[in-house]
Ligand binder design. Sequence first.
Ligand SMILES: NC(=O)c1ccc[n+]([C@@H]2O[C@H](COP(=O)([O-])OP(=O)(O)OC[C@H]3O[C@@H](n4cnc5c(N)ncnc54)[C@H](OP(=O)(O)O)[C@@H]3O)[C@@H](O)[C@H]2O)c1
Length: 253
Amino acid sequence: MKKVLITGGSEGLGLALAECYAKEGYHIILCARDRLKLEEAKHFLQNHHLCKVDTISIDLGVKDGPENLFQTVGSVDVLVNNAGIGSNGASWKTSLDKENALVEINVVAMMDLCKLYLKDMTERKEGVILNISSTGAFQPGPYIAAYYASKSFVESYTRAIAMEAKEYHVSVFCACPGPLDTDFYHKHDGKKPKNAMSVEHCAEYIYSHMHKKVLIIPGFINRVLYYLPKGFKMRFVYRMKKKALKEKKDAAD
Ligand SMILES: NC(=O)c1ccc[n+]([C@@H]2O[C@H](COP(=O)([O-])OP(=O)(O)OC[C@H]3O[C@@H](n4cnc5c(N)ncnc54)[C@H](OP(=O)(O)O)[C@@H]3O)[C@@H](O)[C@H]2O)c1
């Protein structure tokens, strides 16, 4: 039975991607911190699909988190680096601890897991890695600077390692979703846009477009956005985020 390891698989996009693999009968391993949510996700998948599900509670934001995950799980056919956190606000006002954690989870843990699994997969000459970036990777993000920069790292790093891994028969992909209908915004001081895409739709698009191009961008408008000049997109983000922050401040006053 083929194995897929999904970080941040207890909810949101990670759980929706897990469902795509569950439909194909994969042995699914979900990783996140909250044990209760992991158990709920496991029961959801097993109630709806004929699949084996294991869960691992690990904090990927602490030193040795990725190494412990690799040692516990061992080889897999597919690694999905999906766990991620956000941060919104003026860069001198956002919490330093939170933004350090953001870099640890979105960047360092993603890179550590890629290195650990690429070594294993290139030796075996098979395997797939899917890293979740964001349309935020396409330009700098005023008032969401650390998050967009972290996702830009994910995109650049993933595209580079995809080229290195290809001759070893290991396929590496980078998905860049736009806004998604999850609790992400609520958790990270953001405001969910009205046009947020459902995670089911996004996951199915990503799943069905793997093995075509390295860069996968769900949503027609997001694909158009990719080609627009960075300066134009950055000014748009600046105005949008500034307006959202002002609305939030007015509501709090
Ligand atoms: N939501 C959006 O609009 C959007 C758009 C583009 C890209 N993305 C990206 O898509 C991915 C999933 O987003 P989402 O909206 O589905 O997020 P979500 O609903 O907030 O889920 C995040 C998942 O990551 C896990 N996680 C967070 N911190 C962790 C840690 N330190 N160690 C291990 N697991 C951790 C969470 O579980 P625990 O909290 O229990 O650990 C949860 O399972 C992220 O990489 C995000 O940046 C999201």
